[in-house]
Write a protein that binds this ligand. Sequence first.
Ligand code: NAD
Length: 357
Amino acid sequence: MDATIVLLPGDGIGPEIVSQARRVLDVVAQRFGHTFEMPEHAIGGNAIDAFGDPLPEATLTACRNSQAVLLGAVGGPQWDDPNAKTRPEVGLLRIRKELGLFANLRPTKTWDELLDASPLKREIIEGTDILFVRELTGGIYFGESGRRPHPSGEEAWNTMIYSTGEIERVVRVAAQAARKRRGKLTMVDKANVLESSRLWRQVSERLIKTEFPDLAYNVVLVDAMAMHLISKPREFDVVVTENLFGDILTDEASMLPGSLGLLPSASIGSSGPGLFEPIHGSAPDIAGKNVANPLATILAVAMLLRYSMSMNAEADAIEDVVSRVLKSGLRTKDIACSGASVSTTQMGDAVVKTLLG
Ligand code: NAD
């Protein structure tokens, strides 16, 4: 297969980890007989510096014309000025909106080899394997907001707004994923307080009854879910929720496997290219030191091949190699606990060598 995969290295450790992912894609192409064009484009802080825009038109056009997009990370203290005209994160929000990426998929799985790297007890987290599906282009982050004078100074407001269609399409993505996994779907809301949650509950229940009656479906309030995640995470298979709740719950869940450096994510729409990235940020504290863990980005490549190109064998091969490399004892600094560690490029070397067989 011939495919164009746009690489957006971004800021901080982004270029270091994306270059390891490129090597992995080269090996996949070689081993499975594909041709991948992999043009690089600017996004985030470096794009502001070079073009005055965190998402230049050339980047957006290239992404639109591709099969899939792989992103490193954006942001850093040099672009944090609150009075600046624009910010790196604006590029990220815009690309999601422009490509219609309404569903964010975050697999959260513990690795047996790394159970002791988690701040939680081994007996609680062992065997955890959850797929979060977070609504990504609606809700309070995109609703009307504003400020107005108030006797005490000012008041400010944000609005959480969802339509039937927005809820249906993301719940459908989650339900389809649950069918391919263990057949369980949990919808998280705050229906005891919020009107938008009551619509989520109504629409979701109707959709599951009519289109997915075979699934084991339940609903959990978001405050209870925050507790269940750290007391009985094994009980969950696929979890679907709206944007704000998903943002918070997925970060909480990222602590279960113990390292940000191992968690990939995918953002997909109903058609067109998906966007694949590690869940961590640009880690400015370690940028340029060749110590960042490239595995989350490499696992994002596996998701990219699986979800955007239906290359399941290629994705399985990458995930299997990552598991074998971890089993062999190789660790970057973030997951080494107090033991010896390897560099970003050494970890990339090990993955590439194992993948080549
Ligand atoms: P971060 O995820 O960048 O870093 C948090 C901590 O985890 C740091 O100590 C960092 O060194 C470590 N870390 C992160 N990724 C690692 C890796 N692959 N290997 C080893 N260690 C790793 O979060 P932050 O420090 O809150 O944010 C830094 C910048 O990243 C900010 O500008 C923020 O806005 C941005 N950010 C971007 C994204 C994105 O591009 N999707 C996501 C989150 C944060």
